[in-house]
Write a protein that binds this ligand. Structure first.
Ligand SMILES: C[S@@+](CC[C@H](N)C(=O)[O-])C[C@H]1O[C@@H](n2cnc3c(N)ncnc32)[C@H](O)[C@@H]1O
Length: 329
């Protein structure tokens, strides 16, 4: 394979104060997805399955297995310090703490911050792009033995950015920031949904919403996901190209089938809870009252159009990659 061409870093003066604007769709997405807690779902990434059994017990075991896998990838032990970029409700933080490690998470979602702090976890509300422009976090430079970004990377680039040709720069900047967070010899583990083919979707085609496309087509589902989740998927080889000179890819695992099983469980569980379990209703009603349009779009996207599940159903247009990266010294 040819060596990937290096991507130049973004030039941002290190002393400049900066507050990145997190895409409004990403903020809305996690305000709305908070209703999943009422349905018994607090994990928002692929589990790692032992077989095709897919009941609640298998789901929980798969989520646990995935956390342990990622912690192994960053060599997490009792004396480690781990940062979870996009920590959700803190599954990785809890598993790291059980190993005796010091674990910290960041999120852009206020409901996740509140839940994490209430559970005694070390969670901060910050966009990773601002870490070194915020005095609260300057001591984090080269402080971590491991960094994990588990299902957050798909939000870092928006279709609008990709249409402007900015995706490579955002990914390269992400790798630069992770490098700055890590101690020498540190490891980064990422899990991210990828497009299956280069040029599979034109980002400019997704910005006007799903209504522009025939229902059930790839563009319809992709525009639906963009509207409700906010994001853009890296293409095959793109992360490796953007990491060049910063990180070396040392392990890669295809978790697409695992994400298929996870997504099918999620959909069943949410449908069943909202239809039959009154305990899921208060949070759903509160979410709907707070964000009626976004909640309607999200429930339609997930439960009616099944756009999330479409990504992993045969033949899956998306691919989930678990990547492990070593700092290039
Ligand atoms: C799909 S969820 C994954 C959550 C968690 N890792 C899990 O396994 O359940 C994506 C996470 O990324 C976070 N996120 C998205 N964009 C972010 C950003 N720019 N900076 C920090 N966190 C971000 C969200 O707040 C959310 O916690």
């Amino acid at each position: 394979m040819a060596a990937p061409a290096a991507v130049a870093p973004l030039r941002v003066a290190p002393s400049a104060a900066r507050r990145s604007t997190t895409a409004p769709a990403v903020r809305r997405c996690y305000d709305v997805l908070d209703l999943c807690r009422g349905c018994g779902i607090t994990d928002f990434t692929d589990g790692k399955y032992a077989d095709d059994r897919n009941d609640r017990q298998a789901y929980l075991a798969a989520q646990r297995r995935q956390a342990e896998y990622l912690l192994d990838q960053v060599d997490c032990r009792a004396d480690s310090r781990v940062l979870d970029v996009g920590c959700g409700y803190g599954r990785i933080l809890r598993a790291a703490a059980e190993r005796g490690a010091r674990a910290t998470g960041i999120t852009i979602a206020p409901p996740q911050l509140a839940a994490g702090r209430a559970a005694g976890l070390d969670v901060h509300l910050v966009n990773y792009r601002d870490l070194f422009f915020d005095v609260r976090f300057t001591s984090w430079q080269h402080a971590f033995t491991g960094v994990i970004a588990n299902g957050s990377l798909e939000h870092f680039v928006q279709c609008e950015d990709a249409a402007l040709g900015l995706a490579d720069h955002v990914y390269a900047e992400f790798f630069d920031i992770c490098r700055r967070l890590l101690r020498p010899g540190g490891r980064l583990a990422t899990t991210a949904i990828h497009a299956r083919r280069i040029g599979q979707v034109n980002p400019a085609d997704l910005t006007a919403g799903p209504g522009r496309w025939p229902r059930g087509t790839l563009n319809y589902h992709a525009a639906n996901l963009h509207r409700s989740f906010g994001g853009w998927f890296p293409e095959p080889g793109q992360l490796e190209r953007c990491a060049a000179g910063r990180f070396e890819l040392i392990a890669a695992e295809d978790g697409t089938h695992d994400y298929y099983l996870t997504s099918e469980f999620w959909m069943r569980q949410i449908k069943r809870s909202l239809a039959l379990n009154p305990r899921s209703w208060p949070l759903a009603i509160r979410t709907f009252a707070r964000r009626p349009v976004a909640t309607w779009h999200m429930l339609r996207c997930l439960l009616w159009d099944e756009s999330w599940n479409y990504q992993f159903r045969d033949p899956p247009p998306a691919q989930l990659w678990r990547h492990t990266w070593a700092v290039v010294s």
